[in-house]
Design a protein around this ligand. Structure first.
Ligand code: MLT
Length: 255
């Protein structure tokens, strides 16, 4: 199993990810919020790059079956129903709804992976579900950290390192890229206390400053949700492993 890794979504071209199994990581907070929304019964999440596109896509069904969620600079976007705190995505608000979702880094990173074979959304909260798929899948896995405005982010890189460390425990035949080895080393140095690592990260500090400190505890909770969010045809849904495409099989997409 070969494991290329990118420390920020801007470090790779979307065509490089074509037909790959891609794990997209955004610990603070997009991937965590997506896991919570789907666990609480959201029908689907549609990641979009721009606020304008979110408004356009939600169209006349907005507010009824469709909600707008996300953030810019960590804050609620004007005209949106939901910000990007995981605890806003309650069952009462999201059950049965489609959510048009736009964030500073995470939604763009997911969009980058849209030509992938299997695109899994991962954070600390649902890592066990992602690992279950990877252990049965056996093919190469590209890890795409969302990063922070094109830069390295500690929390995504340590999360990637934890994923790799768990794969190292169970797989014999791992071929780690230099970036994958670096992120494993980061996990071994900074992963002893995930809450502490997250609080001291740049984005963790920013979220504390703007009043979202309460989000950090959930984002730091490892394996607390059994959910596998998968992007297919520009839509993220909670998937069962049987729905995913084994490596080596031709990709047939039914939109
Ligand atoms: C992002 O996509 O950049 C994040 O989820 C930012 C945040 O809401 O903290």
């Amino acid at each position: 199993m070969h494991i290329p890794l990118y420390f920020a979504a801007t470090h790779v071209d979307e065509l490089t990810l074509r037909d790959q199994t891609v794990v997209v990581i955004d610990v603070l907070r997009a991937a965590t919020t997506i896991a919570v929304a789907l666990s609480n019964g959201a029908k689907e999440i549609i990641p979009v790059n721009t606020v304008e596109r979110a408004v356009k896509i939600s169209g006349s069904l907005f507010g009824d079956h469709i909600l707008r969620g996300g953030e810019r600079n960590g804050r609620l976007i004007e005209g949106f129903n939901l910000g990007n705190s995981p605890d806003e995505y309650t069952t009462e608000k999201v059950r049965g709804k489609a959510i048009i979702y736009s964030t500073t880094n995470g939604s763009g990173a997911i969009d980058k992976a849209k030509y992938g074979r299997n695109v899994l959304i991962c954070s600390f909260v649902n890592m066990a579900s992602v690992l279950r798929f990877l252990r049965t899948h056996k093919g190469d896995v590209t890890i795409l950290c969302s990063g922070n405005n094109g830069r390295f982010s500690m929390e995504d890189s340590v999360c990637a390192g934890m994923l790799i460390s768990r794969l190292v425990e169970s797989e014999q035949d791992l071929d780690l890229s230099d970036a994958a080895q670096a992120s494993l080393a980061l996990f071994r140095s900074f992963g002893r206390s995930i809450p502490k690592m997250i609080r001291s990260s740049e984005h963790g500090q920013f979220l504390i400053q703007i009043g979202h400190e309460k989000d950090l505890d959930l984002c730091a909770s490892v394996d607390c949700m059994d959910i596998l969010p998968v992007l297919s045809g520009n839509v993220i849904r909670a998937r069962k492993e049987a729905d995913l495409i084994p490596s080596g099989n031709p990709v047939v997409r039914i939109e």
